[in-house]
Design a protein around this ligand. Structure first.
Ligand code: BGP
Length: 498
């Protein structure tokens, strides 16, 4: 096994999930700050601004804003080579559309990056991680508005210029492809800030917003390379491989189409143009998308340097004609007559993650139903590398679980170690047997933080425990779980000892 000597072992977080201090230092509210907690299977909710008395878990989070020095000391003890976090856009531009940045916000990240660098930890920065300025939603309708391109580019230009000698690794939009799941309401749209009306063709609106985000991303890649030619600027894709449910050729085709619907975003980021299958889909659907010749030129000039991706689980899918969704669910026009016409499988696969995915009986699942599949990570690395031949960076991976604190304060989390160990093994296999060029590995939420999906504290990923419960009670004291000592050894041996 041959990981690079300079392999970036790290840990990943996002500003809104750990910083707290949501209105300190001149910060404005982001989409994340107006989201209530969800629980017991209820989805988190976006409110119209901050309502007194509501529970907004991101407001205090784990108060990294007030604890970052003590936390970076723990990251140093863990042996991290890099720390992936995001810059909260609203600390720099509180409303998102100002021309001048907020100096106090810029200073906070200067201090944080200095603290990391003096301890030998390289910052890896996501520019937009589910924390769009809320003002850009209320005033402009989020990324359905072309103006958002300029606001994002301005934000990126300011921070890239300010930190050009402190940050080398950047990513533009976190999990940009979550939007493929356009049937859901808010969660997939925390970067784009889309809210739908009854008149909207949701799918068309999603493709339009995603296009503006991709143009914004490409422009940032181009500008970033001018600011510092050494910058490495990547995209960030939520990778859940989609397996065919059976050897039925229709399932095979359904999985292929579903993979495209979920991962076309990477095609544009990496190749700088829309793939043929998508152009043909837009034409068949008669979508009227605002894609100009200037946009196409910008996409072609702003191809990413590497592919960052998260990996938690795999999916499995069944052909709609076989599972008869088309017949049962008439609201899906493209498969609506699947019960009457003759065809090979569903003629136009109408991808819907809420109704088309099926349980994979070959793998186990977490308490939140996330299927645990280490081989899927090797598969994903192999798929990305074969398709794009670009360096890869696993920027999220981890196991959300409820941890128990023993009477003596210790926390034993063998389930987390088992999960991480198996996934690191799979990643090392991909390097050895598939020859993939892998830059690094940053497990998600390596310090406990607020869950993005549920707003809960009880769904923990950390190797560092934070004393805070779902109701917001706790001292915020930090302590090490068993996984801390285990990961420390993994890093120290460059992944030789798992
Ligand atoms: C990814 C996000 C992260 C993180 C992670 C775990 O989708 O990029 O922000 O939260 O998933 O998800 P959750 O917090 O819902 O368990």
């Amino acid at each position: 096994m041959t990981l690079r000597k300079d392999f970036l072992w790290g840990g990943a977080v996002a500003a809104h999930q750990l910083e707290g201090g949501w209105n300190k230092g001149g910060k404005g509210p982001s989409v994340a700050d107006v989201m209530t907690a969800g629980a017991n299977g209820v989805e988190r909710k976006i409110t119209d601004g901050v309502i007194p008395g509501e529970n907004y878990p991101n407001h205090e989070a784990i108060d990294f804003y007030g604890h970052y020095k003590e936390d970076v000391a723990l990251f140093t003890e863990l042996g991290l080579k890099c720390f992936r976090t995001s810059i909260a856009w609203t600390r720099i531009f509180p409303n998102g559309d100002e021309t001048e940045p907020n100096e106090e916000g810029l200073q906070f990240y200067d201090d944080l990056f200095d603290e990391c660098l003096k301890n030998g930890i390289e910052p890896v920065i996501t520019l937009s991680h589910f924390e769009l300025p809320y003002h850009l939603v209320t005033e402009y309708g989020g990324f359905r508005n072309r103006k958002l391109i300029d606001f994002f580019v301005r934000f990126a230009e300011v921070v890239m210029t300010r930190y050009k000698d402190k940050v080398k690794y950047w990513m533009t939009f976190n999990e940009i492809n979550n939007q493929a799941n356009f049937n859901r309401d808010f969660a997939p749209f925390t970067n784009s800030g889309l809210k739908f009306t009854a008149e909207d063709n949701r799918e068309e609106v999603m493709y339009q917003a995603a296009h503006y985000e991709l143009v914004a991303s490409a422009k940032v890649v181009e500008i970033g390379h001018k600011i510092n030619p050494d910058f490495q600027i990547g995209c960030m894709i939520a990778m859940c491989p989609i397996y065919p449910a059976t050897m039925n050729p229709n399932d095979m085709m359904a999985a292929t189409v579903a993979m495209r619907r979920r991962y076309w975003f990477a095609d544009v980021h990496v190749r700088g143009h829309y793939p043929a299958y998508l152009k043909s889909y837009f034409a068949r659907k008669d979508f009227k998308l605002d894609i100009t010749a200037e946009d196409e030129a910008a996409l072609a000039k702003g191809c990413v340097d590497y592919i960052g991706f998260s990996y938690y689980m795999s999916f499995a899918i069944q052909d709609q004609a076989t599972n008869d969704r088309g017949a049962k669910d008439k609201s899906h026009a493209s498969s609506g007559n699947a019960d009457t016409r003759e065809h090979l499988g569903a003629p136009e696969f109408d991808y819907n993650e809420d109704t088309d995915l099926i349980k994979n009986n070959f793998v186990e699942a977490s308490e939140w139903g996330w299927q645990i599949d280490p081989m899927g990570l090797r598969w994903a690395l192999s798929w990305f590398y074969e398709r794009y031949e670009k360096p890869l960076f696993i920027v999220e991976n981890g196991f959300g679980a409820v941890d128990e604190v023993e009477a003596d304060g210790s926390i034993h989390d063998p389930y987390r170690i088992d999960y991480l160990k198996a996934h690191i093994k799979a990643m090392e296999d991909a390097v050895t047997y598939e020859g993939v060029d892998l830059m690094g590995y940053t497990p998600w939420g390596f310090i406990d933080l607020v869950s993005a999906g549920t707003g809960e504290m009880k769904k923990r990923y950390g190797m560092i425990y934070v004393d805070k419960d779902n109701e917001g009670n706790g001292t915020l004291a930090r302590s090490k779980k068993d996984s801390f000592n285990w990961y420390q050894k993994v890093i120290a041996t460059n992944g030789e000892e798992l």
